[in-house]
Design a protein around this ligand. Sequence first.
Ligand SMILES: [Zn+2]
Length: 408
Amino acid sequence: MNQTLGVAVVKKASVKDVRRRNRALILRHVWLNSPTSRSEVGAATGLSAATVTNVMTELLAEGAVREGGFLESDGGRRRAIVSVAEDAALVVGADVGETRIGVKIFDLAFRPLAARDYPIKGRRIGVAEARAAIDAQVVSMLDELGTGSSRVLGLGLGVPGIVQDQLVHAEVVGWHGADFSGFGDELGIPVYIDNGAKSTTQAEMWYGAARGVEHGVMVLVGEGAGAGIITDGRLYRGYSSSAGEWGHTKISLDGPHCRCGRTGCVETFVGASALLDQWRGPDETWLGRETEGVEAILRAWRDGDPAAQRAIDAVVRHLGLALSNLVNLYNPQKIIVGGWFGDRLAAESLPSMQAAVRQFALDQPGGEVVLARSQLGPDAAVLGAATLPISRLIEDGAGAERLRSSPH
Ligand SMILES: [Zn+2]
């Protein structure tokens, strides 16, 4: 083997890697702190002024950021404003939830420009129907905005279950290796897919309750339950991306039957149906009326109804128990409770949840962890999906050629 050639190749790759890493550091800072300035970028990233200048020249040419206007600093020095070029492209977020597919188009500063909802009846939707529905909504929104798909940087898709490349394994909605390859080709838009709990957690990391959290967990509780785990400021994925399937960890050897085909899963103890079944028994059906049912039990609870009290206590204690396992495993500084039902329950009883976590977790990590409500609420899922293409643009420049002021 030619050693000189070997060394040269290694050196070239590492210079490229450093450039990519610096570009990602700077672009990420601008995205999450816009408007900012070159000196703030330098201070936050620890990069030299020369490196910031080099990378900024590249980014300005690429079109993702712009410079213009001035910020007055404390010392009276004026610093040029660096911000996201919000109109350089559009981005689409689509999230396959429990009862609907939400689709939104945003500008690059995540201001929503158009939105659509597609109802999922009976909690099941075929992959072909889901793909067609999203296609149709995107076409209709682009029409509404009077623009074409070439202006779209990318479409981020949040789905339930485990994502491996273009295949989605979501037993709970009947997807066993549902194939999303080629999705987006007809639209002419690059598609990026991730688990919805992970993308929702990313939205809270960028703009919500998980901002600045280095070690945390976000749990999403609706009918089912999922989690996004933040470790060292990044989403933890595991060997094949299935990390965070907390809703199907077991807290009982038997217990109620789960949608995944097993028994004893966390979601059968803490989901909205678990609460309603506890209250009125499993014979009363709430399918399609879960939100209504949850509001009814909360009213009964406030009126002092003992059955409502018992049911809510049981769900809060089981949730505390299931969260305490996450505390012992991951030692989070913060747990964010979200999802439509989790958020509703947290609004009423966050202190009881915190007390239950303290009771069941080991003293040291249980005493440190703080529970909080999600800040972005139900909008986090679609927004989180829309962060996927931006994340790729930041990390490796994917889609940069689609930016309007791009020289390509
Ligand atoms: Zn399960």
